[in-house]
Design a binder for this molecule. Structure first.
Ligand code: ADP
Ligand code: MG
Length: 476
């Protein structure tokens, strides 16, 4: 492993087995936890969240570049969310064929028509990158996507540094152990939520975590809840169904759920079509959007995080419109873009289709979905495109250059998984937080990082999907 763990250690199976046991216990001791698959709503049986045995080398310059651009990404997402004309134009072709995005867009339009009832905006996002390997061995930071909705693992990522420090200490790698960075997204995310709560201005009101039905990843969220309780801010966990049954607005549009006034709705659920099991779920979403509660994210910020918007941003001149007097900001953001191509009807879209069919292995085809496992790769790109290329259906997708990170060997530790060396690829996420009140940005920060690593056999899938695992960067 380049400038990381010595190869000799990586292949010493007795040592690795001992270290894996040490690592798993360290994860349990540090609270890097998940509920088990079989009983997602019971805390009686928990296990460690999957993670790598060793941290992964990441070039320092690229890591710092990712941190440095984050506040600009925050500003960009916020500006997009405030620009209804841009959103309408960018998403026009997509909403014509993608029902889910269309539904979200209708809520957005209804809110615009009625007028936004809350001028406080809370953004908690995570910009994800892979390090594209150049022919000369260099690596460049390329964005995979930005998550503006339910960006997760900030809680658990706050606890993983001590796990890797301990593993490296036990392995006798003291110098490497000292190089593991501190990281506390849980505190950073909570700080922004707390600011929004404070600006809302009611001591009685609570922060509502809108959570999924099966709550396997509850501990990740608990870290943020606990940070809020430490600041004397009450939190409650509710599902869409609870909002359906007990949610209401008073005449000032204050949101009440279970008789509690809600200052902030923090959505950790609601980004997939399957989360909306009935019309009632959509009604609950609309109720929350219309309310005076601060929504994280609000509907327009949700739309700003779509893959179609990401593709449009990469078109010439678009970033310049958002940062007319800041060419250096445009440059900093654009440097992180890889090739993104429209599939809209017309000559440009035709060119994209031809390019993808000619060399499918160079690209990833992406629908407007979140949560991992939706993207299309390789020969399947041809199959899908052959089916839709003549119709507007193709505009549900965008095409993106495939990024090629340098594979690194590591061991992926997961419950029931065999202990074997894997060729791994990593994805670096950077958390960004901001709070705006009317025209004033009152907070705009970078709140920490997340490294996730998966076996190179898998082209897609996150930690929750059981593919990627938690990791830490070892700056080199
Ligand atoms: P999702 O919203 O489902 O998380 P992503 O755009 O993050 O969608 O893609 C899911 C996964 O697919 C990523 O975590 C990454 O592993 C892989 N992936 C996505 N885009 C690319 C790309 N351009 N090059 C290489 N891998 C990619
Ligand atoms: Mg992703």
């Amino acid at each position: 492993m380049a400038q990381g763990i010595p190869d000799k250690m990586m292949s010493n199976t007795t040592l690795i087995k001992d270290l894996a046991d040490v690592a798993k216990d360290a994860a349990l001791l540090q609270g890097v936890l998940m509920r088990i698959h079989e009983t997602p709503n019971s805390s009686e049986l928990v296990t460690y969240a999957p993670f790598t045995l060793f941290p992964t080398p990441v070039p320092k310059a690229v890591f710092l570049q990712a941190l440095a651009v984050q506040t600009h990404y925050n500003t960009l997402v916020d500006k997009i969310s405030q620009d209804p004309d841009f959103l309408e134009e960018a998403l026009a072709s997509t909403i014509a064929v993608d029902d889910f995005t269309a539904r979200l867009f209708r809520i957005h339009q209804q809110i615009l028509k009625e007028g936004r009832s809350q001028s406080i905006v809370l953004g908690l996002n995570r910009s994800d990158y892979m390090l594209d390997q150049g022919d000369d061995g260099s690596s460049s930071l390329k964005q995979i996507e930005i998550n503006t909705f339910a960006a997760s693992f900030g809680g658990l990522a706050s606890r993983t540094p001590d796990v890797h420090r301990h593993v490296l200490n036990v392995a006798g790698q003291l110098e490497e152990s000292r190089r593991i960075l501190d990281n506390n997204p849980a505190a950073g995310l909570a700080k922004a939520v707390a600011k929004a709560w404070e600006l809302y201005g009611s001591e009685r009101a609570v922060v509502m975590f809108l959570v999924e039905e099966g709550q396997r990843n509850i501990f990740d969220q608990r870290y943020i809840e606990n940070e809020l309780w430490k600041r004397n801010i009450s939190t409650m966990r509710k599902r869409f169904d609870d909002v359906t049954k007990t949610g209401s607005l008073d005449q000032d549009k204050r949101l009440f759920v279970d008789d509690q006034e809600v200052a902030v709705v923090y959505f950790r659920n609601g980004y997939m079509p399957e989360n909306y099991i009935s019309e009632k779920t959509w009604d609950a979403r609309l109720l929350m959007e219309r309310s005076l509660a601060v929504k994280c994210p609000d509907i327009s910020t949700h739309l700003a995080g779509t893959k179609k918007v990401q593709q449009v941003l990469a078109s010439p001149g678009v970033l310049e419109k958002f940062f007319p007097d800041q060419p250096q900001v445009v440059e900093q953001i654009r440097a992180t873009f890889t090739g993104l191509y429209t599939l809209d009807m017309g000559p440009e879209g035709e060119k994209t289709v031809a390019m993808a069919l000619a060399a499918p292995d160079r690209f990833v085809l992406k629908p407007q979905r979140e949560g991992g496992g939706n993207n299309i790769y390789g020969s399947e790109i041809c199959q899908v495109l052959q089916g839709v290329k003549e119709s507007t259906e193709r505009t549900a997708y965008i095409l993106m250059d495939k990024i090629h990170p340098t594979p690194v060997q590591n061991y992926l530790l997961r419950r029931d998984g065999p202990l074997k060396i894997s060729n791994c690829l990593s994805e670096l996420g950077v958390f960004g937080t901001y709070v705006r009140q009317g025209k004033d940005m009152v907070m705009n920060e970078c709140a920490g990082h997340l490294l996730r690593t998966k076996s190179s056999e898998h082209s897609d899938g996150g930690v929750a999907a059981g593919v990627a695992v938690l990791d830490n960067p070892l700056l080199v």
